[in-house]
Write a protein that binds this ligand. Structure first.
Ligand code: AN0
Ligand code: CP
Length: 316
């Protein structure tokens, strides 16, 4: 693997999921692979899991890790070409990416959607400019339109917890006071389309995701109907795509409750975290034995580790 920008950068998804699960038996088995290699993690947004699990994955592979927060520590970067830089941006990505490439062997980047400019978000300006100007592999730690490391961890988790050959998986929207990106939902949809699952998306009208991503995945506007016999309920808020970045609905009727989970087939509750308790989901569901969010978060390490392992092997 050269770069990991999207799910399709994984050659053989089925065997990659298996290899990731196998890493758990002996996480440090490949600690020679990353010797004398450095990864830099660049954050343009906040993080807990992505930062720590990617760091842990790199340490398991014997790499050195440096982290930089652009939120308040880095120079404000300019991404536009040919611009007169006389405003608040101090450094161009052209120099920043090349300088970073001299210090490090892999660069991982988190840069969320603006949710104000659909065209710019869909152009993946930050990720693609780093890819263009860096001379080292680039890893996506949640970009404007996707969070493939999360989706890989989700697929690993479903593989581990499924008790039928073809489980029913429901992606449910839930309310949130702030406008959130589409990235996690997009990547989860793309990942489920590649798995042997019966997949249904449920959300209020107006919250349709990009149809180029949902393609022919089933959409059920009645949440309770969607939950019937579900083996996995994957919950996430996102803002409107059509009415780009807008919060159209904060109706607590869409919150995940124990009564709704009773409609499922003892369904496992999943969420990428961070989650707002009693807004997205009740305490009762979060604290129930069917909630697998902690195991899901643990799989972020092995998702990142299998991706970094493949990049290191390619560039050995
Ligand atoms: C982010 C999002 O929805 O994309 C990160 C999730 C992994 N969540 C929040 O901003 C709360
Ligand atoms: N799930 C996830 O990406 O979490 P963080 O935003 O804490 O990294």
């Amino acid at each position: 693997m050269n770069n990991f920008l999207k799910i399709s950068d994984i050659d053989n998804l089925k065997s990659t999921i298996k290899e990731a699960i196998d890493l758990k038996d002996n996480p440090r088995k490949f600690k020679k692979l990353g010797e004398n290699k450095t990864i830099v993690l660049l954050f343009f947004n906040a993080s807990l899991r992505t930062r720590l699990s990617t760091q842990k994955a790199a340490i398991n592979l014997g790499m050195d890790v440096v982290v930089m927060n652009f939120t308040n520590e880095g120079w404000q970067l300019e991404f536009e070409d040919g611009i007169v830089m006389n405003k608040n941006k101090s450094e161009h990505v052209k120099e920043a990416a090349k300088v970073i490439s001299q210090y490090c062997d892999i660069v991982a980047i988190r840069a969320f959607a603006s949710l104000t400019d659909k065209e710019k978000d869909e152009a993946e300006v930050v990720l693609n400019n780093f890819k263009k100007y860096a001379n080292i592999p680039v890893v996506n730690m949640e970009s404007a339109t996707g969070h493939p490391l999360q989706a890989l961890a989700d697929a690993i988790t479903i593989e581990e917890f499924k008790s039928t050959k073809k489980p029913k998986v429901v992606l449910s929207w839930a309310p949130h006071p702030k406008a959130l990106p589409h990235a996690v939902a997009n990547s989860f949809v793309e990942m489920m389309q590649l798995q042997d699952v019966n997949f249904v998306i449920t959300h209020p009208k107006g919250y349709e995701l990009n149809p180029k991503i949902t393609k022919n995945s089933a959409i059920e506007y009645n949440q309770e109907k969607a939950f019937e016999n579900a083996d996995f309920v994957y919950v996430k808020n996102w803002s409107s795509y059509k009415n780009y970045g807008k919060v159209l609905n904060t109706d607590s009727k869409w919150m995940i409750t124990a009564d709704k989970m009773k409609l499922t087939n003892k369904g496992k509750f999943m969420h990428c975290l961070p989650v707002r308790r009693n807004v997205i989901v009740t305490d009762e569901v979060m604290d129930s034995e069917n909630s697998i969010v902690i195991e899901q978060a643990n799989n972020r390490t092995y998702a990142a580790q299998i991706v970094l392992k493949k990049i290191l092997e390619q560039n050995d």
